[in-house]
Design a binder for this molecule. Structure first.
Ligand SMILES: Cc1cn([C@H]2C[C@H](O)[C@@H](COP(=O)(O)OP(=O)(O)O[C@H]3O[C@@H](C)C(=O)[C@@H](O)[C@H]3O)O2)c(=O)[nH]c1=O
Length: 180
């Protein structure tokens, strides 16, 4: 059966996840995306957030560990660090982590990555400096993201630039839920 003349606004092809829980042309250079095993039994479940000997995640550079809570629908970001590396693991709820490569000399300059992670898809993400990142709670409950930065937080000298997630002319990304 052939379908003819199905073109026009609102008509297109399905997006295909070449990497599960990921949309983007390719993974941004230097970003590490690592699935985490969930150990479940009748008492509950457990996952290893990170091992301090994990060289892929440069775990030896971790200087502190934070827990960032967000209400359903809230977007935290865009954040950009000049020196700080970040490692993020969502341990409660589900989030969409969006990355935007802002390093002019990067082979993936201006590329966008969408990463879906959390209780239904545990994974750890390493984010190098120079990559904008934002986290949207896409679930119906408070989401908790464990952050493991490579710098101690100094309120008098925060290594972070912030860009409004919905109102900026720097990052071409729409946070709305894509229904197609
Ligand atoms: C990040 C951080 C914040 N704070 C304070 C500063 C501020 O008053 C309050 C809230 O900080 P933020 O607005 O930065 O929190 P939040 O918006 O939740 O952002 C954090 O979320 C994770 C996922 C990230 O990606 C990090 O960039 C981090 O900024 O907590 C600390 O005391 N220590 C810290 O390490």
């Amino acid at each position: 059966m052939t379908i003819r003349n199905l073109t026009g606004p609102g008509i297109g092809r399905p997006r295909v996840q070449k990497i599960p829980g990921f949309y983007g042309e390719r993974l941004i250079d230097g970003v590490v995306l690592k699935d985490i095993t969930l150990y479940a039994d009748e008492r509950g479940f457990l996952l290893e957030v990170i091992r301090m000997n994990d060289n892929e995640m440069k775990a030896s550079n971790i200087r502190q560990i934070i827990a960032s809570y967000s209400y359903p629908g809230v977007i935290k970001g865009w954040h950009l660090h000049t020196k700080q590396e970040d490692r993020l693991v969502c341990v409660k709820g589900m989030v969409k982590l969006v990355l935007y490569d802002y390093r002019h000399n990067s082979p993936t300059y201006r590329q966008v990555n969408e990463i879906f992670m959390g209780e239904r898809y545990p994974r750890a993400v390493f984010i190098p400096p120079g990559v904008f990142h934002g986290v949207k709670n896409i679930g119906q409950e408070i989401a908790v993201v464990i952050g493991m930065p490579s710098l101690l937080y100094d309120p008098d000298n925060v290594d972070e630039v912030r860009v409004h997630p919905l109102d900026n002319d720097i990052i071409p990304y729409n946070w709305e839920c894509r229904m197609e």
